[in-house]
Design a protein around this ligand. Structure first.
Ligand SMILES: [Zn+2]
Ligand SMILES: [Zn+2]
Length: 214
């Protein structure tokens, strides 16, 4: 089990990184990315601290903590520079907070995030065919989410990804200890979005490949 989109007290999550990691180690996770909400005001505050937590905790944990960030409600025009900054600061997984139907995310955010080369476009809502095609071309993973509300468009996102040949991930977008998904729950999210078991097995392999390259 791998999850690449989760939150701690470094944004609106509930746990500090050590407990966060311990909770998923206890669930048998192979890896987890901490991807707190950021814009230009806090990027340089969060990332070095999560990098430090990963360096410290990974020596003693069966689950690998991967330092990441979620660029959230940033103006689409700023995506490219913030992605570059985040990489420089040591973020290994960069999530773009996509155009979920639950929040007034600015139109153009999906496209800007994909063009900027985020690793994962989270909860992209009614992503267009063009955007999904570009994600496939650029190797940007599209997200099926376990998070209430954002998950309303999972079936649509899965279909668009499959038609475009874009890769998919399943993430919890966990904000607290009750949000972490078991492997069985993650599979339920994918199958519930219309994937079959073979497609889901490939998704798990694709997630492993993404982590292995980081
Ligand atoms: Zn949040
Ligand atoms: Zn999130």
């Amino acid at each position: 089990m791998i999850d690449l989109h989760t939150h701690t007290i470094f944004s609106d999550g509930e746990l500090i990184p050590a407990e966060h990691l311990r909770r998923v180690e206890n669930l048998g996770y192979e890896a987890v990315a901490i991807t707190d909400h950021a814009d230009s005001s806090n990027l340089d505050f969060i990332i070095p601290r999560i990098v430090k937590a990963a360096e410290d905790l990974n020596r003693f944990s069966k689950t690998r903590l991967i330092p990441g960030i979620e660029l959230t409600h940033v103006p689409p025009e700023m995506f490219a520079e913030l992605v570059a900054q985040a990489r420089k600061l040591g973020a290994k997984i960069i999530v773009g907070h996509g155009e979920t139907v639950m929040e007034p995310v600015r139109r153009g955010t999906n496209m800007a995030a994909i063009l900027a080369g985020v690793d994962i476009l989270a909860h992209p809502g009614f992503i267009t065919k063009e955007e999904a095609g570009l994600a496939a071309e650029k190797g940007v993973y599209l997200e099926l989410t376990g998070r209430k509300g954002h998950s309303l468009t999972n079936g649509y996102v899965a279909r668009m990804a499959q038609e475009a040949g874009a890769l998919l991930v399943v993430n919890a977008d966990a904000h607290g200890p009750g949000d972490f998904m078991t492997a069985a729950m993650a599979e339920t999210v994918a199958l519930g979005a219309g994937m079959d078991r073979t497609q889901y097995e490939k998704l798990r392999q694709d997630m492993s490949l993404l982590v292995a390259g980081k």
